[in-house]
Design a protein around this ligand. Structure first.
Ligand code: FEO
Length: 393
């Protein structure tokens, strides 16, 4: 089994690698995930977060390679969601000497999750716990992404433990960013942000500014999922600032579903128009791509082009599902266009356009509907629409 990994003297990764998880509460985790728990050891010792319940033995065996887990003084609860606190009740049962530490909202959430009469120390932003020659500084991170969320900062080691923040669902035995393909890690970080943090984006720049104002140097960011940012902490901080401000690439994303191939034919023709204008674009069918993967593409594209056949006087259910999901994630600064084939009603295109307007999209064109099967003149219209979309960048 993978040994504990030392981040700096006395600070260890003691979490678990979940190679085979492919569905994380409805989010596809094609590359698995990790649940990162950290042991901070000085005269006293703190465990920061735990792991998903089933990985409790794995975490305990890693701690045992360093010390007796029964001697741990503090268990810091940065976040109560069960991928991080699932093993906590097992830990409390087996090692009851440990003292729990959480925010006020964390205490309430722990009580609602586990219904135990644990004594829990409440901490607020700025509170510190000294372990000897190491100090834990706490920073509440309300709604990033739960009310209980908290960052823990190791003052002497300059390590930030922000729990879900800056995380990625990415399983690897290589625990550091520089030991993994950076492009892949950034890709998973973007997908994580798009699906988990995007609706809370307005809260992120103020929190990061608050951290900067504290004047605390950050040499390493050790999140609770994926790799530890040892060589590129500034790269992921900058990416978070950009994503939070709706910064995207000059890229068009075309998403569609189709019944008899007509809407797909339109999608390909629109793509051709965009491509001939020299603009990067991607064409993704909802039949073959999961919404959580599509969200990452939406995050990084300036323009979203959505195609749907008209079915029962409305849009296709898969398109409605995507737009419903997207609405909750509150995308910023997007432009959009709708298209689709129909038999007699043609309600899908205006319905998609209205949905986009409702999300604050800038509508590039009223949208294009084609009756039944696109003919050569319809294909020309689609290509022209593609050119218009490209020109709007
Ligand atoms: Fe990784 Fe919000 O739990």
């Amino acid at each position: 089994m993978l040994k504990p990994i030392e981040l700096s003297k006395g600070v260890y990764w003691v979490g678990a690698v979940d190679w085979n998880v492919r569905d994380f509460h409805g989010y596809t985790t094609n590359r698995g995930s990790t649940y990162n728990a950290y042991l901070v050891k000085s005269d006293k010792t703190a465990l920061v977060d735990t792991v998903k319940a089933g990985f409790f033995p794995e975490m305990v065996s890693r701690i045992e390679a360093i010390m007796d887990p029964g001697e741990i003084d503090y268990l810091i609860v940065n976040h109560v969601e069960m991928d991080h606190s699932g093993a906590l009740p097992l830990f409390m049962e087996r090692f009851p000497r440990v003292r729990l530490v959480a925010t006020d909202n964390g205490i309430k959430a722990l009580q609602r999750h586990y219904r135990k009469e644990w004594a829990i120390e409440k901490v607020k932003t700025g509170a510190e716990i000294s372990l000897g020659d190491k100090t834990l500084l706490f920073l509440e991170a309300y709604m990033l992404h739960w009310p209980d969320s908290m960052f823990t900062y190791l003052k002497e080691d300059h390590i930030l433990l922000p729990n879900d923040g800056f995380g990625q669902h990415y399983a690897s035995y290589n625990r550091f960013d520089d030991e993994n393909p950076l492009e892949t890690v950034m890709d998973e970080a973007a997908k994580y942000f798009a699906n988990i943090l995007m609706p809370l984006a307005p809260l992120i720049p103020p929190l990061l500014k608050k951290v900067i104002k504290l004047g605390i140097p950050i040499d390493m960011i050790a999140p609770s999922h994926g790799v530890i940012w040892r060589s590129h902490p500034n790269k992921i901080i900058q990416a978070y600032m950009d994503w939070s401000n709706g910064v995207a690439q000059d890229r068009v994303l075309i998403i569609y579903d189709t019944m008899w191939g007509s809407t797909e034919k339109m999608a390909r023709s629109i793509s051709e128009g965009i491509s001939t204008a020299g603009v990067e674009n991607k064409l993704l069918s909802l039949r073959n791509n999961h919404r959580s993967d599509i969200l990452k593409e939406i995050l990084t594209s300036k323009i979203l082009v959505v195609g749907s056949p008209t079915l029962n006087e409305g849009m296709f259910p898969s398109v409605a599902e995507l737009l419903f999901y997207l609405k909750g994630l509150r995308p910023l600064k997007k432009k959009g266009v709708a298209f689709g084939s129909y038999g007699w009603g043609g309600e899908a295109v205006p319905a998609i356009t209205e949905a986009m307007k409702g999300m604050g999209f800038e509508i590039i064109d009223p949208g294009l509907g084609v009756a039944y099967v696109p003919g050569p003149e319809d294909v020309e219209q689609c290509v022209a629409l593609g050119r218009k979309i490209a020109a709007s960048l």
